[in-house]
Design a protein around this ligand. Structure first.
Ligand code: MG
Length: 455
């Protein structure tokens, strides 16, 4: 049976986001801090990315937390996974001011639980209820929280990644890092140098105006990185999104590696070394399953969103299952030996390790992957659920899954049709091993969709 999720009103798949001065204002940040502080006790680690609005939102958030009795450790500007790592080791929770890959006018908040994962849906709903009803447990004068600043804690994260790999594994490998003027400018180059790489950087200065490129690392935005990789004869280039929980790559020829292919390269490498379960959302390319099953490993699918992947991996591990890797087809990869969240710095380090052990060029490794053809589309629609119901009826004879939206499987061809959680849209993904079969299912679906759109 299809399960309906109770709707989160403020928070989306990865925290709350909004345009500064319009829907994301310090008053809302204060309310979220006060609501979070009313739900937990103890010491909360906070941090932010490099956005111009970060400081004002962070101060408001801290005011809400302290007024409700929480002590604060401010870690300053750092990647989201760095804060998650710090929280998991030493704190009762965390809050990160970031809008990840969104343009500069956006900002947002991610709430982190004591185990370092993003707050689960049930608790987010309770937090939202407190914000809407202004149900805050403000404390008297002698129970107000205090704050200390601890920018040095970022070192724990850097060392935590470096310790995952044999000493000097980089062995002089030349790598170019594009931090996109985000917080990874102080972490990823340092991590790679400590692994023994030679590192050059582009857009490594923290700047919330994003003068080099937008926070979303697109092939177009990474032109400078590609040029530098080729001209310097580097082994690869790595780029991060605005809070560095994702990493994408260009090969030694300057070509952008599609993120499902990136994921598949790591799956292949990890599955050759250990057997177990890979966790990924239903929106990910079947390339992952093809590569994993060839190595005798299995794939478990979740709803779309890294938080579902991370939490599924965590619960599998608790049950004693061997979960070896997870992630999404967008450069957000989770290495469970390190921590249960997407981590761009860790992904960059893992690429160094993979190249060092395989003695092949990155472009050669990509070229050997099986070919898949993916079509992604979106259709404006105010009656998304009705259209999904009609599609399910029209394709009743096919194999249908309800992990998230509607997933239609037809041998090596599949489609995912979902209602957007934040906009009046239907998102459609179709994938197959040939362009012809992908096109065919796409047109069949669009035929039904277009006939059932409201006038
Ligand atoms: Mg991000």
């Amino acid at each position: 049976m299809r399960r309906k999720n109770p709707a989160k009103q403020l928070f989306g798949t990865n925290g709350i986001r909004g345009v500064i001065g319009r829907d994301m204002v310090p008053g809302l940040s204060f309310s979220i801090g006060a609501a979070f502080g009313s739900m937990c006790k103890g010491c909360i680690a906070v941090g932010m990315d490099t956005r111009t609005s970060g400081e004002s939102l962070l101060r408001a958030l801290k005011a809400g937390l302290m007024a409700t009795g929480c002590d604060i450790v401010d870690c300053g500007v750092l990647p989201t996974p760095a804060l998650q790592y710090i929280v998991r080791d030493d704190f009762d929770g965390g809050a990160m001011i970031t809008a990840s890959h969104n343009p500069p006018e956006y900002n947002g908040i991610k709430i982190i639980e004591a185990d370092g994962t993003e707050m689960a849906d049930e608790k987010i709903l309770k937090l939202e209820q407190r914000v809407f009803s202004r149900n805050f447990k403000f404390q008297p004068w002698n129970k107000i929280g205090f704050e200390i600043r601890a920018p040095h804690l970022i070192e724990q994260y850097i060392i935590g990644i470096v310790r995952q790999f044999p000493s000097g594994i980089g062995n002089g490998m030349l790598v170019i890092v594009d931090a996109g003027c985000g917080p990874a400018g102080t972490t990823t180059p340092e991590i790679l140098k400590m692994l023994g790489c030679r590192v050059l950087t582009v857009h490594s200065n923290p700047d919330g105006h994003f003068p080099g490129r937008m926070p979303e690392p697109t092939p177009k935005g990474l032109a400078a990185l590609s040029e530098l990789v080729v001209s310097c004869k580097a082994s690869f280039g790595v780029a991060h999104d605005g809070d560095a929980d994702r990493a994408v790559f260009v090969d030694e020829k300057g070509n952008y590696i599609e993120e499902n292919q990136e994921f598949a390269l790591f799956v292949q490498h990890i599955c050759e070394q250990q057997k177990g379960i890979i966790v990924t959302p239903v929106s990910t390319s079947q390339l992952i399953e093809a590569v994993a099953s060839k190595e005798g490993c299995s794939v478990m699918y979740t709803k779309v969103g890294s938080i579902y992947v991370a939490r599924t991996m965590h619960s599998l591990k608790k049950k004693g299952e061997k979960v070896i890797f997870g992630g999404e087809g967008n450069g957000g990869l989770i290495f469970p030996a390190h921590q249960f969240c997407r981590d761009g710095g860790m992904t960059a380090a893992a690429m160094v390790s993979m190249l060092a052990s395989r003695h092949k060029k990155l472009s050669e490794m990509v070229a050997r992957l099986p070919k898949r053809y993916m079509i992604k589309d979106k259709v404006s629609c105010t009656t998304a659920q009705k259209v999904l119901d009609t599609l399910e009826h029209a394709f009743f004879h096919e194999s249908i899954g309800h992990t998230d939206g509607l997933r239609i499987s037809r041998g090596t061809t599949w489609a995912l049709i979902r209602a957007s959680g934040t906009e009046p849209l239907i998102r459609i993904i179709v994938e197959s091993n040939t362009r012809k079969t992908a096109d065919s299912l796409y047109h069949e679906l669009m035929d039904v969709v277009s006939k059932n759109l409201p006038d």
